[in-house]
Ligand binder design. Structure first.
Ligand code: PLP
Length: 390
């Protein structure tokens, strides 16, 4: 059985060209970038080259403004918690209701410590309205968090407009661009944000390498204490091989992002076009601007979890919109925030395309859905009508 991977918003395979760039930094002896001898200095050069490649991808003129971290999660946590620490008591944090858990959980942590958190709901198309964010900004607001592309839906958020409103009120804006970078062109200066986060493993670099661009003058306090790495902003010896991979992936993305986007959009449109032959299908966020690679669909009346398992047995990796916690399948927080009903949310699967996918694989997936969807709907009806109440 051939396995086909359609879960690129979860993680992506390392591009062979990225791996090739990394290999010399994995096998041979290399120095600590902080060491003054030539072993160390060669590693330092490699790290700084990667920094310049990441800066170039984001159109940032000064690479030293890029801080490397180990993950998007670490970068998001550090910005949110650091901003709260520097704001002191009595502040307000404004986030969208569809932010990634690394932002949402940081907000919950702050709420527990007495910080006021305002969560701004999106419209039913999966986009937040700029006015909805602007209307809750006040003089106590120390940070706004708005992602560029939602990880579940792929919907693009109006970051540039929100940044304008934030700037006018002197409120910093964190843009989590982890899902967007490498899939669409992203220019940090053009967006006008104060922090922009990206993660290597979402665009064909290894996990363990991520970055945050910090606008000069914006507060950034990493949690890691000790060495003076990253210009005293994030202590800890650099993962040179992973950072070299991140830099190589950034350089490739800078030249290939347009072509990749066109290819992904074709696959997504072919998939969604093929779904038109199915009854009761809802494409979440279809009316909004979306990432070219993401399709999140409800096959109403089908258990997404059962479907995902059946597809996995057929060799297809997709993601259920629902999350399993404590043995119970919970509907996606993001879909609920859009106003999607629980049952529809539990019928939703995310298909996220990547560089290795082709049209034949999309057609095979549609064929597999054709085999399973009708039967799962019948099973679901039988289960419901067979519910015993005695
Ligand atoms: C939108 C978004 N932000 C942040 C993250 C966290 O990134 P990492 O996996 O590097 O911790 C993810 C990963 O799923 C994401 O999709």
């Amino acid at each position: 059985m051939k396995e086909v991977y359609f879960d690129h918003n979860a993680t992506t395979p390392i591009d062979p060209r990225v791996l090739e760039a990394m290999l010399p930094w994995l096998g041979a002896l290399h120095g600590n970038p902080s060491s003054v001898h030539s072993f160390g200095q060669r590693s330092r050069e490699a790290v700084e080259k990667a920094r310049a490649e990441v800066a170039a991808l984001l159109e940032i003129a000064e690479p030293t403004q890029v801080v490397f971290t180990s993950s998007g999660t670490e970068a998001n946590n550090a910005v949110v918690l650091g901003a709260a620490r520097s704001a002191g008591q009595g502040g307000r944090l404004v986030i969208s209701a569809i932010e990634h858990p690394s932002i949402e959980a940081s907000a919950v942590r702050l709420e527990e410590a007495g910080v006021e958190v305002v969560r701004v709901k999106p419209r039913s198309d999966g986009c937040v309205e700029p006015e909805a964010i602007e209307s809750v900004l006040d003089e106590r607001t120390f940070l706004v968090c708005l992602m560029l592309a939602n990880n579940e839906l792929g919907t693009l958020q109006p970051v540039r407009e929100v940044a304008e409103g934030c700037r006018a009120r002197g409120v910093p804006l964190l843009c989590d661009a982890v899902q967007a970078v490498g899939k669409i062109p992203v220019s940090a200066p053009e967006l006008g944000v104060d922090y922009l986060v990206l993660g290597g493993h979402k665009f064909n670099a290894p996990a363990g390498a991520a970055a945050v661009w910090v606008r000069p003058g914006a507060v950034f306090e990493g949690f890691h204490l000790g060495g003076g790495q990253e210009r005293n902003r994030r202590a800890g010896t650099e993962n040179v091989a992973a950072l070299v991979g991140l830099g190589a992936a950034a350089a490739l993305a800078a030249s290939e992002v347009g072509e990749r986007g066109r290819r992904m959009a074709k696959l997504r449109d072919r998939f969604e076009g093929g779904l038109e032959g199915f009854a009761d299908v809802v494409v979440h966020g279809a009316q909004a601007k979306r990432l070219p690679n993401t399709s999140h669909v409800a096959l109403v009346g089908v258990s997404a979890e059962s479907l995902m398992i059946r597809l996995d047995l057929d060799g297809f990796a997709v993601s259920a919109g629902a999350a399993c916690s404590s043995g119970k399948v919970e509907p996606s927080r993001v879909l609920l925030a859009l106003g999607v009903g629980e049952l529809e949310a539990l019928s939703s699967v995310r298909v996220s395309f990547g560089q290795g996918n082709d049209e034949r694989q999309v057609d095979d997936l549609l064929g597999a859905l054709g085999r399973h969807v009708g039967e799962l709907r019948r099973l679901s009806v039988e289960n419901t009508s067979g519910t015993r109440t005695d």
